[in-house]
Structures are given as structure tokens and as C-alpha cells.
Ligand binder design. Structure first.
Ligand code: UDP
Ligand code: MG
Length: 139
């Protein structure tokens, strides 16, 4: 995957609360091109693997439970400076600390149930994109 791509998930709270369309609209209006997108649901095994880096953190069990609690939308997005620009668009992990106008400020319920995921590096964007979409012609 090129360095102008990032990976996102609209998390179960965002889908459940009916914010899917508004969030996708914000992403497209911010200049991201959708390269791949799917409506899906994580198994417990997939959620554990996706968040394995947090396995020792106290919130890990709750995070896995939340991320498997309902459907999500997974997507690969393309834009110049995609990883950093997307992190700016979603805002801080905790909506109480997220800047005005960011997706998390507008739509996250809490630090845990925070509406959206964004990769934190080009390397993780590639790993996470492949985790959800496999090695195929998209990349
Ligand atoms: N999380 C949580 N409690 C915390 C920190 C994180 O429940 O104190 C959850 C939250 O859903 C977050 C995810 O774990 O989005 C991954 O955490 P990370 O620190 O990587 O935040 P992100 O990169 O998503 O901003
Ligand atoms: Mg992270």
C-alpha cells in the first residue's frame, strides 16, 4: 500500500446510532477517496488480533466486547498525507479532548465508544488494510 493511504473503521456505536452516512460524508468532503469499503462484523478472534497491541491494557476486554457488539464499516482511504490528515479529521481518542468539528467531537459517546478508528502510521495502515481486505488488486 502506498503511503497516501489510511485505514478506518466506523465502530459499532457510530453504526448503531445512525451516524454512518454523516461520517462517510465528512470523510469524502475532507478530500479522502474511498478505495475499498465493507459493512461487516468482527469476530472476537478478529477484534483481539486487531487490537493485540493493547492486550495488556486494562480496557482490552471491554474494547474487544465493544468492537464485536455490532456491525462496523471498514474502509481504505486515499489522500495526500492520509494518515496524519485522517487523525486530524477524527480528533483525539477521548471526545472530551477532541477539537471542535472533528468526527469524535461530534459523534463519539466516550473515550471507549469513540465512533471511528484511524491508523496511526503508514505501516499500520497497510497492516490494518490487509487485515480487513486481504492481499488483492486494491493494493
Ligand atoms: N480505548 C479505551 N480506553 C482508553 C484508551 C483507548 O477504551 O483509555 C479504546 C478506544 O476505543 C480507542 C482504542 O481503545 O480508540 C484504541 O486506543 P488508542 O490509544 O490506539 O486510540 P486511537 O488510536 O483509537 O485514538
Ligand atoms: Mg490507535
Amino acid at each position: 500500500m502506498a503511503t497516501n493511504r489510511t485505514f478506518t473503521m466506523l465502530k459499532p456505536d457510530a453504526v448503531e446510532n445512525g451516524h454512518m452516512g454523516k461520517i462517510i460524508d465528512m470523510i469524502i468532503n475532507a478530500g479522502f477517496e474511498v478505495k475499498a469499503m465493507k459493512y461487516t462484523r468482527l469476530t472476537e478472534e478478529q477484534a483481539k488480533e486487531f487490537y493485540a497491541v493493547h492486550a495488556e491494557r486494562p480496557f482490552y476486554g471491554e474494547l474487544v466486547e465493544y468492537m464485536t457488539s455490532g456491525p462496523i464499516v471498514a474502509a481504505i482511504l486515499e489522500k495526500d498525507n492520509a494518515v496524519a490528515d485522517f487523525r486530524a479529521l477524527i480528533g483525539a481518542t477521548d471526545p472530551a479532548e477532541a477539537a471542535d468539528g472533528t468526527i469524535r467531537k461530534l459523534y463519539a459517546e466516550s473515550k471507549g465508544r469513540n465512533a471511528v478508528h484511524g491508523s496511526d502510521s503508514d505501516e499500520n495502515a497497510e497492516i490494518e488494510g490487509k487485515f480487513h481486505f486481504g492481499e488483492n488488486e486494491i493494493f
